[in-house]
Ligand binder design. Structure first.
Ligand SMILES: Nc1ncnc2c1ncn2[C@@H]1O[C@H](COP(=O)(O)OP(=O)(O)O)[C@@H](O)[C@H]1O
Ligand SMILES: [Mg+2]
Length: 282
């Protein structure tokens, strides 16, 4: 798979505050990389460096073969960005907002209509963008960011503050885009979202990557105290450690057909994060 993005030993200081320390990572085609961390961890700073909006103090960032300190129009044509600062023209309709960019980017009108359907704004097509709900507005911003079929998409907390249904619709769209080969750099503090969407996750705390891997790898690395949660037909519930005695008990329940449900209790990304950093995500 073609590599789309590479960060090598990136550090960034603001005055004497080190916001990023020795960040290394890559993204390939068809991959969603989750950059996870609490507020102030350095997620937005990383996106700004990667998209040429800020210069690192040291290290090298390359996207689509180009050093991000010398990013040019040709590269901007192949990337999409959704950040807090992304907006739209409130006094234009949904369709006109997208058509304006479609004309600039030489995108066909059919693609605009198709994308409006895919982000679920068909009914709002003629509506003024300023009258959209927060979730609808976020979907319009996302539609605009992928209008020109970028190879690489940067999303800074795209579902933050959205209702669960809208967040699910955005997840579905991101998975479709990934399947089509787009590389996606996603920052989030929502660990469930990351577990569901990301091929790899980097856990960021105070400017450091403290864990990296697939969501499952990262969770299993912390599965030291193996436990099973069982429920019997009688509705009795137990959480049992993996000891020879408990295993015998569980197999007895199974053979006597008394077991209703059984689950392994490996940690979630959320609990791993808490263990590694001692911090709650919020
Ligand atoms: N322009 C700036 N000037 C000074 N400090 C900044 C600037 N941008 C970010 N920071 C600091 O860098 C750290 C990381 O910020 P940021 O990347 O916005 O975190 P996140 O997006 O993970 O919430 C924070 O401590 C923040 O205060
Ligand atoms: Mg941020």
């Amino acid at each position: 798979m073609t590599q789309l993005l590479k960060l090598k030993h990136i550090s960034k200081s603001f005055g004497n505050k080190e916001a990023l320390k020795d960040i290394n990572m890559t993204i390939s085609e068809g991959e969603i990389l989750g950059f996870l961390g609490p507020s102030g961890a350095g997620k937005t700073t990383t996106i700004k460096i990667l998209t040429g909006q800020m210069t690192q103090t040291s290290g090298e960032a390359v996207i689509l073969g180009q050093d991000t300190r010398k990013i040019n129009e040709k590269i901007y044509e192949q990337i999409g960005i959704v950040t807090d600062a992304s907006g739209f023209y409130e006094e234009f309709s949904v369709l006109d907002n997208l058509m304006l960019f479609a004309n600039l980017l030489k995108v066909k009108k059919e693609r605009v209509n198709d994308l409006i359907d895919r982000v679920g704004l068909t009914e709002q097509k003629k509506q003024l963008a300023g009258k959209l709900s927060k979730g609808q507005g976020q979907r319009l911003i996302l539609a605009r960011a992928v209008l020109h079929q970028p190879r690489l998409l940067f999303l800074d907390e795209p579902t933050s503050g959205l209702d669960p249904t809208t967040a699910l619709e955005i997840h579905r769209l991101l998975l479709e885009l990934k399947e089509a080969g787009m590389g996606i750099f996603l920052t989030t503090h929502n660990m469930e979202e990351a577990t569901k969407l990301c091929n790899h996750v980097a856990l960021l705390n105070e400017g450091h990557i403290v864990e990296f891997g697939t969501p499952q790898e990262v969770c299993l690395r912390y599965n030291t105290n193996k436990q099973y949660r069982v429920m019997l037909n009688s509705n009795e519930e137990y959480v049992l450690e993996q000891t020879p005695e408990n295993i015998r008990q569980i197999s007895e329940w199974i053979s006597e057909d008394l077991l209703e449900t059984i689950h392994s209790c490996e940690p979630t990304l959320e609990s791993v994060f808490l263990e590694v950093t001692g911090r709650e995500l919020s």
